[in-house]
Design a protein around this ligand. Sequence first.
Ligand SMILES: Cc1cc2nc3c(=O)[nH]c(=O)nc-3n(C[C@H](O)[C@H](O)[C@H](O)COP(=O)(O)OP(=O)(O)OC[C@H]3O[C@@H](n4cnc5c(N)ncnc54)[C@H](O)[C@@H]3O)c2cc1C
Ligand code: SF4
Length: 568
Amino acid sequence: MAVDLKPTDVVIIGLGAVGGVAALPLAQAGLDVIGLEAGTWLKADDFAPDELRNNVRGWPHAIQKANREVPTHRANASAPYSPRLSIHPMMNAVGGTTLHYWAQSWRLNPWDFKVVSETRRRYGASRIPKGSTVEDWPFGLDELERYYDKVEYEIGVSGKAGNLSGKVDRRGNIFEGPRTREYPMPPLRGTGFTDMMGDAAGKLGWHAFPGPAAVNTRSYQNRGACAYHGFCARGGCHINAKGSTAVTTIPKAQATKRLTVVTEAHVTAIEVGADGRVSGVTYLKGGTEYFQPAAAVLLSSYVYENVRMLLLSKSKAFPNGLSNNHGQVGRHYFSHNQTAGVTALFPKRLNNWYGLPAQGVAVDNWADDNFDHAGLDFIGGGNLWVYSDRRPIGAANMSTYGRAPRWGSAWKTFIKQNADSANTSYLQKTTFPYEDNYLDLDPTVKDPLGFPVCRITADYKENERRVSTFIQDKMVEWYMAAGAIATEKTGIGTMGPTTHAYGGTRMGNNAETNVVDQWGFSHEVPNLGVLGASVMGTSGARNPTLTAQALAWRTAERLAKNWKSVAK
Ligand SMILES: Cc1cc2nc3c(=O)[nH]c(=O)nc-3n(C[C@H](O)[C@H](O)[C@H](O)COP(=O)(O)OP(=O)(O)OC[C@H]3O[C@@H](n4cnc5c(N)ncnc54)[C@H](O)[C@@H]3O)c2cc1C
Ligand code: SF4
């Protein structure tokens, strides 16, 4: 029998990137919020700059929940399972994956909200990829701008605006949508390497600019500036320069005395009352089961767990899983096409042995619909990103570009001479949802508690493959213009578990094709909100977190403003 706890206003399941943001507007509105977090608080001495621990062994932090429930994957419903990953890099701790993420903090491009209507208008309906279930978002960038702005100022994002209320500034991204304010801090500094790449982009007639990062470039809200020493690409920041929610919105919400954080609380189900509304959640802590009643629940446990939690939360009113009477939970799943990269070898040292991966230079000329696709056989594009970050184990893993064997003394000599002369780009490309790419519960593989893990059935389709080839060619062109003497492309692979997962609880006005409404609340259960990239219907060509955080703020604000009607 579960121990019954005192009712609260709102329960947030998972205090990571998005749950950690949503807590603040709710607490500031005077609602009593309980944040149930599977992980623990981490401290500065948990953030050792240790590549072996962080990047190779997957940071053996206290709670290993993500690693114990790594989703299974198959490319399609009749394909064999792919080898299961032994580590999933998402974090279980207060602050979630913002503790050790790269902190690139992009807004989506205006086109990403209107892919269907804009593609029809510019190229005709036949150009929407066959089998794709992509829809326009229920609103445009103009609606989300205010929330992007709020989050950028709360967590502290550094960058350079490229479009201030319609006035284009070439020092920033000239392709971005209009923003009302400059970033709260200037961008991370460039390096000799990023300057060289910026110049090469200019020679090609492309526009290079520094990317936005949730990393302080000056003292901001009592947190110090970045020291550029690196080793935080999957490691935490021991001086709190990185704007993790554990050092920004969560403590600010706690200071209102309205947020209670319960750590090591593993939520196993969202419960439903006789009226078909959510009544609270069941969680395990220290071997005891608790029932926490709540007037409203916000689910923010990352894409795979959001879907799994809904599918596992069965009741009389929802026999196929919570909010799944339309069969949409798990549908419209996709993951960002981050693979299909390019590496390059230069005839000189690049001095990239310090710095962090958010410290780089981007080219957006080939992203989204920033270029004419009329004569091309795909839609969408990619963001080209090169950055300063090199660690010893990763460097030793470099390609030998066919110039040396992969072992022995000749290999060692090559690595010694060239480790600082190679660079690997990060190419994020448009991906779409398709009818036959989805998430469900695995019929046989279970977590240690005996619950089925999430199963991914998904693969990249023709449009994603064509975008990849096009973007890799552009990246090769950029490297060659900068003086590279060799380049190498990596394969696209398949759509296995990832850190940039989307969909499964998509947002939209049509309840037949979407799980949540335009505010992030379930079409079927009015006091259940879903937060995270699981509500996003397009990926754009850039990382998801700032968009997911802006949406989370908007959902939380909506809940606070309509408290009486939602939580009756
Ligand atoms: C190495 C790395 C680098 C990345 N770099 C970037 C980047 O530069 N820019 C970017 O935009 N994105 C980046 N990402 C992705 C980014 O981290 C995610 O988009 C973001 O953290 C997702 O937010 P979330 O709140 O949904 O999940 P998380 O931040 O992972 O938070 C989920 C929280 O829920 C908790 N939880 C899960 N299940 C339960 C449960 N059953 N009960 C209670 N609590 C639960 C977890 O412990 C966790 O704290 C990166 C990710 C990784 C791993
Ligand atoms: S490089 Fe900057 S963000 Fe990374 S750990 Fe050092 S101070 Fe923190």
